[in-house]
Design a protein around this ligand. Structure first.
Ligand code: FAD
Length: 466
């Protein structure tokens, strides 16, 4: 029995038209159902409606509308801001909607909104296929897709939204609409970057590409003392790499995970994590100079199954730890940026915290800025400063301050742009910064059309009031 529970929402009027599970605060599964990836978020909804299919989603949306309930929508439950769960309102929980269908000949996959990236990869890789997905496989396809979607394949095949072909959407008034380039194209435009603002997606159709199943990929660890020369070499190196090559930089203390030798655990490191979406031989040739820039502490860049590489970061970001992120996008890794990166990495307050810098560009940057709701396609790097600590760590404030100070110093070197999926609970101006003012205005007009009452407001909100 949950002791701190809020009164349940009376589910009369929903129960008889709902096939899935309805979880109230007194129910046994309630605490597990309200927990999300970020353990720092502790919210107690009045009712969790775990949908079994689209009919349940429609019933829940109509019920919420009739009762004027606060609504949170949960896909994979990974958003760092914790918008998948609310205090007192109704959580429309899609996590049990796990259907996946792959048509290998057509290079298409259809997936329901409770699917996680590892589950989709598993089905598509059976045919040597994949679409652009996130770099942690327990992340949900839903939120990631609706915010844009970066990962190992965005330079070769575009963002996840660039591979979204259609979506089924339950709108705020409880209708089911199809969205694609041909049907409701304005809605389709907004779904590709506008997050959960315009309705609840109950099916995603993706374009698939041949990938692997064996790829050349993995991290090379260098001492943080070598970071200045590693980053300077790296920025010249990536200036001329083909779209097949994608990488991230990681600055942190080496995590205590099985694939890193024990003697390195806790040591300050910079890691260049490479991925090559072409032949192993061409990849080996390309990365040769990277291996020589300094003496690697450990070199794990080698041929491996794509799904193994996809899940490499999983143990460093488990469910239930506490997370606080500050993120921004930068044009270049200038000397000023490098100085800030090194200074704040040396001052890191938690052995679990890290900074991850995604290489952008390639195919994602060749899609017109106005083609989808996603913005900042021309920038070179996405920097995500992640404070991480365990629930029993009493220094949360210091860890949060570290990320904030780091971010503030970096901000002086950037255009003030941010990727919407890496935003915490940071307020209106940061949401506008994710889109730019002109695009934000276009999104407001769309919000007025599809959700004028702002029923879907627990997200990076496009306010219909402007
Ligand atoms: P949820 O918290 O369930 O959903 C987030 C929000 O999306 C909800 O509040 C709701 O507003 C909306 N939403 C969810 N499902 C639906 C739906 N079906 N219909 C309408 N609205 C919906 N992003 C990247 O691009 N690339 C990465 O490599 C990447 N790596 C990550 C690694 C980790 C460990 C984490 C925590 C996040 C990562 N992200 C990455 C960010 C990720 O894209 C967002 O956290 C995203 O919101 C996760 O989606 P979700 O469905 O799991 O989240």
């Amino acid at each position: 029995m949950n002791t701190g529970a809020r009164p349940a929402i009376d589910d009369a009027g929903l129960r008889e038209r709902f096939a899935g599970e309805l979880l109230r605060p007194e129910d046994a599964g309630y605490d597990a159902a309200r927990a999300i990836w970020n353990g720092a978020i502790d919210r107690r909804p009045g009712l969790i409606a775990r949908c079994s299919g689209t009919a349940d989603v429609i019933a829940a949306v109509r019920f919420a509308r009739e009762r004027n309930l606060l609504v949170a929508v949960r896909g994979g439950g990974h958003n760092v801001a914790g918008t998948a769960v609310c205090d007192g309102g109704l959580v429309i929980d899609l996590s049990a909607m796990k259907g996946i269908r792959v048509d290998p000949a057509a290079g298409r996959a259809w997936a329901q909104p409770g699917v996680l990236w590892g589950e989709l990869d598993h089905e598509t890789q059976a045919f040597g296929l994949a679409t652009t997905g996130g770099v942690v496989t327990h992340t949900g396809i839903s939120g990631l897709t609706l915010g844009g979607g970066i990962g190992w394949l965005h330079r070769k095949h575009g963002l996840t939204v660039d591979n979204l072909l259609s979506a089924d959407v339950v709108t705020a008034d409880g209708r089911l609409l199809m969205a694609s380039e041909d049907e409701n194209p304005d809605l389709f435009w907004g779904l590709r970057g506008g997050g959960g603002n315009f309705g609840i997606v109950t099916s995603f159709e993706y374009r698939l590409h041949p990938v692997g199943p064996t790829v050349l990929a993995g991290p090379i660890f260098f001492s943080l003392d070598d970071a200045p020369k590693v980053i300077r070499f790296y920025r010249d190196f990536i200036a001329s790499v083909p779209d097949e090559y994608m990488s991230v930089l990681n600055l942190r203390r080496a995590p205590a995970v099985p694939f890193i030798p024990e003697e390195l655990h806790g040591e300050p490191v910079i890691t260049v994590v490479s991925f090559f979406a072409g032949s192993i031989e061409a990849g080996e040739e390309l990365v040769r100079p990277l291996r020589r820039v300094a003496t690697p502490l450990v070199d794990l860049l080698e041929p491996k199954p794509y799904v193994m590489h996809q899940s490499m970061f999983n143990p460093t970001v488990p469910h239930g730890w506490h997370y606080y992120w500050k993120s921004q996008e930068l044009a270049e890794l200038t000397d000023g940026v490098v100085e800030v990166l090194l200074e704040h990495t040396r001052r890191i307050t938690s052995p679990l915290s890290y900074t991850i810098i995604f290489q952008l560009g390639g195919a994602m940057s060749r899609v017109e800025e106005d083609a989808t709701a996603c913005s900042h396609r021309g920038l070179g790097h996405n920097v995500n400063v992640n404070s991480v600590w365990t629930p029993d760590d009493r220094d949360a404030e210091a860890h949060i301050a570290w990320a904030r100070d780091f971010h503030a110093d970096l901000e002086r070197h950037g255009p003030g742009a941010v990727y919407v999926n890496f935003l915490g609970d940071e307020g209106h101006d940061r949401v506008v910064a994710a889109y730019g003012e002109a695009k934000y205005e276009r999104l407001v007009a769309l919000k007025r059309k599809y959700d004028p009452q702002n029923a879907f407001r627990l997200n990076q909100n496009i306010n219909p009031e402007g």
